[in-house]
Design a binder for this molecule. Structure first.
Ligand SMILES: NC(=O)c1ccc[n+]([C@@H]2O[C@H](COP(=O)([O-])OP(=O)(O)OC[C@H]3O[C@@H](n4cnc5c(N)ncnc54)[C@H](OP(=O)(O)O)[C@@H]3O)[C@@H](O)[C@H]2O)c1
Length: 382
C-alpha cells in the first residue's frame, strides 16, 4: 500500500486564477496559434488540449512516466490536467502531485494550471488489496465514512461525507490546497440503482456539499464528468437533462452557483454531444454542447482519441476533411474544434505522445467551414 501524507504547509497553495492563466498563455506568445488558449466566463484561460491520466498500469514505471508527461505537457503549452481519485488506484493523482512540485521549482505557479479531479468511484489505495471487501470495510464502513445503503452498483457513492473524504485524499495526493474543478464522476452509475426521487436527492445533497467546498476554498468550481448520461436519447432510462441538473445547482447555490463544468466523450466515433438533440433549455431543443453553452457551462471532452483507436487507420474521407500530420492530430483537431468545446482531453502516459501532440499548440483549430467538412464528407459516404 502506498501512503503519502502531506501537511497543508507542504502543499502548493492557491488555485488557477485569471491572471495566472493569462500569464501562462503569454509564455507561448508567438508560438501558440490563435484559438489554442480559450478564456472561459470565470476569466480562466484553458488550453484547447488537456492531459488525461486514466489509462495505464498501476505500477511505479507508469507513475514516473505520467509525471514526465505532465511536466512536458505544462512546459509545452497544455495547462489543463485531468484526473480522478480512482485512476490507477490514486497513483495518477500522486504522479501529478510530483509533476506539480517539479514544475513549481521551475517557476510555473499553481495559478497557471487548471487542475481537475473527480470522485464517486470507490478505489483502493495504490494497489488492489488481497481482500478488497475487508479493505473497504475497514477504511470506510467501520469509520462511518460510507453507509452500506449509500453504495450503488457495488462501486459508487456521492454522499456528502464520502465526497468530503475523497476531496481530502485528492488534495493530499495532488499536494495542493485547492483543486480548480471537482467533478462528480459518472453519476449516471446510480440512475438505475435507486428511485428517481432518491437519485435527485443524492445529486442535490452532493451539490450542497460542493458549494460548501467552494466556500472553504478547497475547490474552485464543480461539475459532472459523465460517459452516457448526456449522450443518450431522451427516452433512454440513463438520460439526464442538463437544464434540470443546473436547476438543482441553483437550488443548492443560488444564481451564482458553481456548477460550471461538464465533461463527456466527444470524438470522431462518438459525436452525440454535438449531433443528438437530446436536451431542452427554456423550451428549445439542443444537442448537449449547445445546451451547455446556453446554460453557461464550460465543456471539456474526454476520450478524444477513443482510447487510442483513432490514432491509426482513419478513413480517407476523414483524412481529407481534417488537417493534421497524423491520425492522432486529426482526431484531436476534430474534438477541440467542435463548437462550445473548450478543452479536448488526450490521455498521455508517455511523454513521446505529449511531445507529438504538442504540435497542436501551434496549429489553429479548425474554423466552422473546415469543421463541417467532416460531416459533408461523411454524408457522401452514407
Ligand atoms: N467518465 C469520465 O469521467 C471519463 C471517461 C474517459 C476518459 N476521461 C478523461 O479523459 C481522458 C482522455 O481519455 P482516455 O485517456 O480514456 O482516452 P484517449 O485520450 O481517447 O486515448 C488515450 C490513449 O491514446 C494514446 N495516445 C495519445 N496520444 C497519442 C499519439 N499521438 N499517438 C498514438 N497514441 C496516442 C495514449 O497512449 P499513452 O498513454 O501510451 O501515451 C492512450 O493509450 C482520460 O485520461 C481521463 O482523464 C474521463
Amino acid at each position: 500500500m502506498v501512503l503519502r501524507h502531506s501537511t497543508n504547509e507542504q502543499r502548493l497553495q492557491g488555485s488557477a486564477s485569471p491572471q495566472g492563466t493569462h500569464h501562462y498563455a503569454a509564455r507561448f506568445h508567438g508560438t501558440a496559434a490563435p484559438g489554442h488558449f480559450r478564456e472561459i466566463p470565470s476569466g480562466l484561460v484553458m488550453s484547447s488540449i488537456g492531459i488525461g491520466t486514466y489509462l495505464g498500469e498501476a505500477d511505479n514505471a507508469t507513475d514516473r512516466s505520467y509525471t514526465e508527461s505532465v511536466i512536458a505537457a505544462v512546459e509545452g503549452g497544455i495547462n489543463v490536467i485531468d484526473t480522478a481519485i480512482n485512476y490507477r488506484f490514486q497513483r495518477s493523482e500522486r504522479a501529478i502531485g510530483e509533476a506539480l512540485k517539479h514544475l513549481a521549482s521551475k517557476g510555473y505557479s499553481r495559478e497557471e494550471i487548471v487542475l481537475c479531479t473527480k470522485a464517486g468511484f470507490l478505489t483502493p489505495d495504490g494497489e488492489m488489496p488481497d481482500d478488497v471487501d475487508e479493505y473497504f470495510a475497514e477504511e470506510y464502513l467501520e469509520r462511518g465514512i460510507l453507509l452500506p445503503e449509500e453504495i450503488a452498483a457495488g462501486c459508487h457513492c456521492m454522499a456528502p461525507r464520502f465526497l468530503e473524504d475523497q476531496l481530502g485524499r485528492s488534495l493530499a495526493n495532488l499536494g495542493v490546497t485547492t483543486v480548480d474543478v471537482f467533478y462528480l464522476h459518472n453519476p449516471e452509475t446510480q440512475i438505475d440503482q435507486v428511485p428517481a426521487d432518491e437519485f435527485r436527492r443524492r445529486i442535490r445533497a452532493a451539490f450542497e456539499f460542493l458549494e460548501s467546498a467552494v466556500a472553504t476554498g478547497k475547490i474552485g468550481a464543480y461539475g459532472m464528468a459523465t460517459w452516457n448520461a448526456f449522450r443518450e436519447n431522451v427516452q433512454s432510462p440513463g438520460h439526464m437533462s442538463l437544464a434540470e441538473i443546473e436547476a438543482m445547482a441553483r437550488e443548492a447555490g443560488g444564481p451564482d452557483h458553481h456548477f460550471r463544468f461538464l465533461q463527456l466523450p466527444l470524438n470522431l466515433a462518438m459525436p452525440e454531444a454535438l449531433l443528438r438533440p437530446n436536451q431542452t433549455v427554456q423550451a428549445k431543443t439542443f444537442a448537449t454542447l449547445q445546451a451547455a453553452r446556453a446554460l453557461g457551462i464550460t465543456v471539456v471532452v474526454s476520450a478524444s482519441l477513443l482510447q487510442g483507436q483513432l490514432t491509426r487507420n482513419l478513413p480517407k474521407h476523414i483524412t481529407q476533411a481534417i488537417r493534421g500530420e497524423s491520425d492522432a492530430e486529426r482526431a484531436l483537431q476534430f474534438a477541440r474544434s467542435a463548437p462550445a468545446v473548450v478543452t479536448a482531453l488526450a490521455g498521455m502516459s508517455r511523454a513521446e505522445h505529449v511531445r507529438s501532440n504538442l504540435r497542436m499548440v501551434s496549429m489553429e483549430p479548425a474554423g466552422r467551414e473546415e469543421f463541417l467538412k467532416v460531416f459533408e464528407q461523411q454524408a457522401q459516404h452514407l
